[in-house]
Design a protein around this ligand. Sequence first.
Ligand code: NAP
Length: 279
Amino acid sequence: MTDLPRIPLAGVIGHPVAHSRSPALHGYWLRRYGIKGHYIPLDIGQADLKEALHAMPKLGFVGVNVTIPHKETVLALADVVTDRAALIGAANTLIFRKDGLIHADNTDGAGFMANLRQYAPHWTAQSGPAAVFGAGGAARAVIVALIEVGCPEIRLANRTRPRAESLRNDFGTKLQVYDWVQAANMLEGAALVVNTTSLGMTGKPDFRVPLDALQPGTLVIDLVYTPLATQFLIEAQDRGAHIVDGLGMLLHQAAPGFERWFNHRPEVDDATRAAVLGA
Ligand code: NAP
């Protein structure tokens, strides 16, 4: 019998995972580039995570994306953790290496920046202070990326203030923590405003902050991408802000994993966006 090469498998592990757009995205890229491979959603509970990760390479998996609630836990289960993932304290991309080691990386910050470069090319780190709402895993990735590009001042507010304080302890004095109830003050003179909370997602309350201090032309980004046009973005646009939705970040954070697993750098363009929206 001829020994046919194994068809590479990849997927997204989470719990729940049915809502994920990643299978539609990677499935589109696989078809577009004519690559033999599959990408599937894998609903894996915390108790089974370790066993599942060790079984996957034997089943033909070359890697997986990681979503809630496993992004932090996988760091302890990986053999090699990139400096970026260690700094953020979470991984979203795993590579099952040929030598049997599990390599963990975090591409959320790079995805955030690539989305900015694509949809707000006029913005630079020197444009002025950034205001970040939320202090979860996504906020950590965004803040690390903003510090890396030289953002001079990052204002931060989180419902649970100690979580924001802990980010300041980790990332230093460029961060200024504001009280959640006074978070609107962060908008005064801000050049960039980012919602990294999960508020505004379908099924959750809207993210509401008084926008009186928002200057026309300010760049406002929502990491939430279901729905695409969140109430926060709609209100910011009504006040003259330049808005960017969260879908572009999702597409860009996915590209490095796809390239590592399937040996092809995918395009993040209008056709990709349309394919994911239409799925
Ligand atoms: P996470 O670690 O669970 O953090 C959730 C954040 O939302 C925390 O700051 C939390 O505040 C805040 N929050 C939740 N419910 C709230 C409420 N009722 N009132 C005020 N704040 C509330 O989640 P994550 O991984 O950072 O993800 C956050 C969001 O970003 C999600 O919507 C996720 O889908 C999105 N995201 C998008 C991309 C993309 O590619 N576009 C990538 C990553 C994440 P507390 O600390 O007070 O609980």
